[in-house]
Write a protein of this length. Sequence first.
Length: 234
Amino acid sequence: METIVLAGGMGTRLQSVVSDVPKCMAPVAGRPFLYYLLAALEKAGFGHIILSLGYKHEAIEEWLDTLSFSMRISFVIEKELLGTGGAVRYALSQAEEPDVFILNGDTFLEVDYAGMLELHRQTKATATLALKRMEKFSRYGVVEVDDISHRIMRFLEKQYCESGLINGGTYLIKKEALNLFPEKFSLEKAFFETKVSDGALAGFLSDGYFIDIGIPEDYAQAQKDFRDGKYKTV
């Protein structure tokens, strides 16, 4: 299996608690957050990781030189901001497999990657999104899915929700899916939201541990979770 990790973010909303490093390098329980993503990918059997880098990419490259993961790690560097879609499209130029996972470098979701790939192929989806059920939330939009076909029916805007499925920040996409898109675009708005009407998107439910460190409150929660073993690091 092969994946792209979007690791070029500045972490603007984390500046009050973390400064001077890319968001994916924010320290969590003594290690950069990116370490936990890479360790989980290695454990899951991934053979090739493509890091999409931008802000202070040198810090990530230097850190990678200190690691000894068994999988091959390569990277692309954005010279200018391309948006999430543009970043994925650019990184896909280094991909070798027909279906490629996409991960956000500030989000950790424990996923059955093999099961997600199986569903993706069974449904013949252009892209499959890992979904996580949440309770009493307003930070995320809701994703509606047909329980039988696994097709994503629509995306709902952020608002308070008692219970619902959210986009877990882990995707699986056909390598050629973005070939006709421009150099700069939003994966969420220009691709996912336009493909819903075509029935081209599938949803894969995950019951695993989830954390998004994008805001100080959840970054603090990640510190506690990883330190206390809520998620068993490797």
